[in-house]
Design a protein around this ligand. Structure first.
Ligand SMILES: [Cu+2]
Length: 295
């Protein structure tokens, strides 16, 4: 109690001393004004909120800021045309986006200097928005789309690979969101902390596996199954048997991110299409998909 009172008084006294020492003619009322200004500044300021960044995707480019501050970040992926994701990959060892582009020309796992760092998975392909909230550490990143065209060419090979600099900040980051559902990814399954229900949720996605995984969420068309969507992705012939609803792209082992969802009752599917570290097959081929009835 005493310390709360003593501090503003000490500050007021200090301000008076400073005002007097700087200018002996300073009227007393002015130092009084200064001390009045000090007091409201001492209580804690409003807590910081997540930075917000918007990435727009079209066939075949990203429109995104060149530089954003580090800390908790909400990424909106606005899809203007086509099925796209905005995967974030942090580049270590001084590597560049051009180095990543070169490395990806060879099949196989990502190089060790490329750290999968989440980012939004595809929303509805024409005007949909996918949202992911995650902690971003400073560094050089690539924004990249691995979604293949029907001819099998991944979109990054058609230009969807862009640099993003995440700059250090001296201020405290916002606190992480409070999730009401946790989904744990492992080799090769999704486990929910509680069944998904209709309405709004904040889902925390945790990669507890020994290799990278993702979560792609889609609302299945009436009568369609998760297996039918997984098969459709291969050829992309005809309309998709589901509506893409985003999710979290490539998370490194131990990585996590948050997605907000607003679900209406129906059938949904969640999928991991990441290539396996051992055999290169997409994880859906290892059973990493789940059909969910939301009521
Ligand atoms: Cu996976």
């Amino acid at each position: 109690m005493n310390s709360h009172v003593a501090l503003p008084l000490a500050a007021a006294a200090l301000m008076t001393v400073i005002a007097c020492s700087r200018d002996n003619t300073t009227p007393a009322v002015k130092s009084g004004t200064a001390s009045a200004e000090v007091q409201p500044a001492s209580p804690a300021a409003t807590p910081p909120t997540a930075n917000v960044v918007t990435i727009t995707a079209t066939n075949y480019k990203f429109d995104a800021p060149a530089s954003i501050p580090a800390g908790l970040t909400t990424i909106h992926l606005v899809d203007d045309a086509g099925l796209h994701q905005a995967t974030l990959i942090r580049l270590t060892d001084g590597k560049t986006v051009a180095d990543l582009g070169t490395a990806l020309q060879k099949p196989g796992p990502l190089p060790s200097w490329a750290v999968p760092s989440g980012g939004p998975n595809p929303p509805h392909p024409n005007g949909g928005v996918a949202e992911v909230t995650e902690m971003l550490v400073p560094g050089n990143y690539a924004i990249i789309c691995f979604v293949p065209d029907p001819d099998g060419t991944p979109h990054f090979a058609k230009g969807m690979i862009s640099p993003l600099t995440v700059t250090p900040v001296s201020t405290a980051s916002a606190a992480e969101p409070v999730a009401d559902v946790v989904v744990t990814l492992s080799d090769y399954s999704f486990k929910f902390s509680t069944p998904l229900t209709a309405g709004k949720h904040v889902i925390r996605v945790d990669n507890a596996g020994p290799q990278l995984h993702e979560l792609f969420l889609a609302r299945l068309a009436p009568g369609k199954t998760a297996g039918e969507l997984a098969a459709w992705v291969d050829k992309q012939a005809g309309p998709p048997p589901a509506e893409p609803m985003g999710g979290v792209s490539m998370l490194a082992p131990g990585g996590h991110a948050y997605i907000p969802v607003d679900l209406t009752p129906g059938q949904y599917g969640i999928f991991c299409f990441e290539p396996d570290a051992k055999d290169g097959k997409p994880h859906v081929a290892h059973g990493m998909m789940q059909q969910i009835t939301v009521q």
